[in-house]
Design a protein around this ligand. Structure first.
Ligand code: SF4
Length: 279
């Protein structure tokens, strides 16, 4: 059984940067707290916690403490509140997410309504919404476009959560263009996501089985899984080598393996090793 590992499998530069920032902060000797998970992967978060960074769910007294902002970014009011409580801030927001923040702020000042294609409950989307004064419209699927609201809009700016599925986004943009005469479309899907999606559109057609590795909480891993599953029914999403079932590979000559942007390389290596042993 041949194992084909995707070239783009694993950490993107934004996640690498956030983890490096977290470890540098942990070893500074200061008291560091992170609000929620810095990246969407339990193994990576565990290591960061073991290095001494405390995960919190609420901001409290920040005197003599530093708050680490995660790769997905945070709404402006978190920065304001944290500073008011006495925290110093280390911002590990991915530069590509920061770019989306800049776009929505600039476009709002030009009088445009902000529309985001993304998952309503995702931290990145909440962070983007939290940069502007007005309510942004969030569209998570073609079938969920709020037409009553959209029809009233004359000028809008459309941005995209960095890890969305390109095909889905282009379809939504096409529909919106029919209703909003002045629509500025910024396709803010990041380059690492585009590369991963290109690979996962080819691999399921070239391999008998596909293994997608990543946390259940990782939006970009979900996207890779969904694309692959639509092209090859023998696609499986796992978080560790313990979930592998030998029956998945019956008669398979090749297995394609990819991993989400927040999946550590060690996890992928363990899984590839196990697959090699099975083969
Ligand atoms: S997936 Fe893209 S936007 Fe998100 S952290 Fe990685 S590089 Fe940055």
């Amino acid at each position: 059984m041949k194992i084909n590992l995707a070239k783009s499998a694993g950490f993107c530069f934004g996640v690498k940067r956030a983890i490096k920032t977290a470890f540098a902060a942990a070893f500074s000797g200061e008291t560091i707290e992170m609000l929620g998970d810095i990246v969407h992967n339990e193994d990576a978060v565990d290591k960061i916690k073991k290095a001494g960074i405390k995960k919190i769910s609420l901001l409290k007294n920040g005197k003599n403490k530093t708050l680490l902002i995660r790769a997905h970014g945070a709404p402006l009011d978190i920065f304001i509140k944290a500073r008011a409580l006495g925290y110093k801030i280390i911002d590990a927001t991915c530069p590509m997410v920061k770019e989306i923040h800049k776009i929505v702020v600039a476009q709002q000042t030009r009088g445009r309504n902000i529309i985001i294609v993304g998952d309503k409950e995702h931290d990145e989307v909440k962070g983007i919404m939290g940069q502007i004064n007005h309510r942004a419209i969030v569209i998570d699927a073609l079938e969920n476009i709020p037409f009553a609201e959209i029809k009233k809009i004359k000028k809008a700016c459309l941005v995209v959560q960095s890890t969305q599925n390109l095909e889905k986004v282009l379809k939504i943009a096409e529909v919106l263009k029919q209703y909003i005469t002045d629509l500025s479309f910024f396709n803010t899907i990041c380059n690492p996501t585009r590369t991963k999606q290109q690979e996962i559109r080819a691999m399921p057609l070239e391999n008998d089985v596909i293994i997608v590795i990543g946390s259940r909480t990782s939006a970009n891993t979900r996207r890779l899984y969904e694309i692959s599953k639509s092209l090859n029914a023998r696609t499986h999403w796992i978080q560790s080598d313990k979930e592998i079932k030998p029956s998945w590979f019956k008669g398979a000559e090749s297995v394609g393996v990819t991993a989400g942007a927040s999946t550590p390389d060690e996890v992928t290596k363990e899984i590839v090793e196990k697959l090699n042993n099975l083969g």
